[in-house]
Design a protein. Structure first.
Ligand code: UD1
Ligand code: UDP
Length: 364
């Protein structure tokens, strides 16, 4: 079978690496849209993870949602027409995901979505639009949890749905020990295991709203331990625009984004993590690091139900309090599979394509 994967943003490089390994000898064309282009948001992942260099980089870069998504659609359409894959595989919920989904659907190529069925139920979040639209034009929907399957069923989507687990769990298990043995990030940044809080912020709702960003900075500044803060470039830009960098006390150690191995090491060694990331909430759960999520809702509600994650919004007091409190965690459930998600995805793709090759596929 011939699979064309579309990636473009940091978390998608992480999700694509176990899948690309599991694809083995199948033909795999990897397309990078260029949504992320800074070395620390893109190249570093290809350098340290066993993922092949992209076959194509569309170099689309930043812009408004319309400009970015529109350019991707136009460029991807040419690539998909030229490559004529059996399946277009998309990951997560970024503009790169939506653009590839539109191209797959319009070209009548089989479309498969990894991380299907997740919802924040907040339509003001750009990713929510991307998820809903992608799910509703996918032929194969790889759901990470039972709840995601139920959510899809609630929206009338039942055909082609496979509960496979979370592919980022595969990714994490593949690098966790290597990160513990090889990463020198704690020495480099001058922090000790268990004696710091890790923070990440990049969500549009937090970076584009000065009041929310100021409250987050205040909460982190009052944290009970030093804070290591590898900041996304849009967050640095927002802090500069709001003159917020000057407000960061010495206890908040602002650094550039780090590579995946170093990030996993930082998350593993952290006493707590404060984040608005989707991926980081789950990775924290897998690594037994309590998580304080600076949002009002989450797509990964099972981590909250299990007591490992708490939603605090952009409220300085709640951030500070929750970074300082004990988390009463009991036995840990395993809602997102067993770390063999990529293999399940490839088996399901293979079976579907064997059963109905592209030319015979009957499309809904
Ligand atoms: C995107 C995704 C988000 C995902 C995140 C992962 C969308 C709508 N958002 O958000 O779902 O969680 O990636 O990190 O697809 N920039 C740089 N260098 C880069 C890339 C971006 O400086 O390499 C700056 C630019 O000023 C750009 C801004 O960051 O305008 C936002 O980038 P963009 O890709 O639009 O969204 P992210 O915030 O990265
Ligand atoms: N990550 C990383 N370096 C960093 C911050 C995050 O490698 O400095 C990884 C992290 O381990 C996770 C992914 O990037 O796998 C999450 O990306 P992000 O938070 O940007 O996006 P989201 O998951 O919210 O879409």
């Amino acid at each position: 079978m011939k699979v064309l994967s579309v990636v473009g943003a940091r978390p998608q490089f992480v999700k694509a690496f176990p899948v690309s390994e599991a694809l083995g000898t199948h033909e795999h064309v990897l397309v990078h849209t260029g949504q992320h282009y800074d070395r620390e948001l893109s190249d570093v992942f290809f350098e340290e993870l066993p993922i092949p260099e992209p076959d194509v980089n569309l170099g689309v870069g930043s812009g408004t949602h319309a400009e970015q998504t529109g350019s991707m659609v136009a460029e991807l359409d040419t690539v998909v027409a030229r490559e004529s894959p059996d399946v277009v595989l998309v990951y997560g919920d970024t503009n790169s995901t939506l653009a590839a989904a539109l191209v797959g659907a319009k070209r009548d190529v089989r479309l498969a979505h990894v991380e299907a069925g997740l919802r924040s139920d907040n339509r003001a979040m750009p990713e929510e639009i991307n998820r809903v639209l992608t799910d509703h034009c996918s032929d194969l929907l790889f759901a990470p949890s039972e709840r995601a399957v139920e959510t899809l069923a609630g929206e009338g989507v039942t055909e082609g749905v496979h509960e496979v687990g979370d592919v980022t769990y595969d990714a994490l298990l593949a690098v966790r020990d290597r990160a513990r043995d090889r990463s020198r990030v704690l020495d480099r940044l001058g922090h000790d295991d268990g004696e710091y809080i890790l923070a990440t912020v990049h969500r549009a709702a937090n970076t584009e709203d000065e009041q929310r960003l100021a409250a987050i900075v205040e909460g982190l500044a009052d944290a009970p331990l030093p804070v290591v803060f590898p900041a996304h470039p849009r967050t640095i830009a927002a802090l500069k625009a709001a003159d917020g960098i000057g407000d960061l006390p010495e206890s908040v150690h602002l650094v550039d984004p780090v590579g995946y191995l170093d990030f996993v090491r930082l998350l593993d060694g952290a006493e707590r993590v404060a984040t608005d990331s989707g991926g980081v909430q789950k990775e924290a759960f897998y690594l037994d690091t309590p998580c304080v999520t600076m949002r009002e809702e989450t797509e990964w509600i099972e981590t909250v139900e299990a007591g490992w994650n708490v939603l605090v919004g952009a409220d300085a007091g709640a951030i500070r309090r929750n970074l300082g409190r004990r988390f009463a965690v009991t036995e840990k459930p395993q809602p997102y599979g067993d770390g063999n998600t990529a293999e399940r995805i490839v088996r399901a793709l293979d079976r579907t394509i064997e059963a109905a090759p592209v030319e015979d596929a009957v499309r809904g």
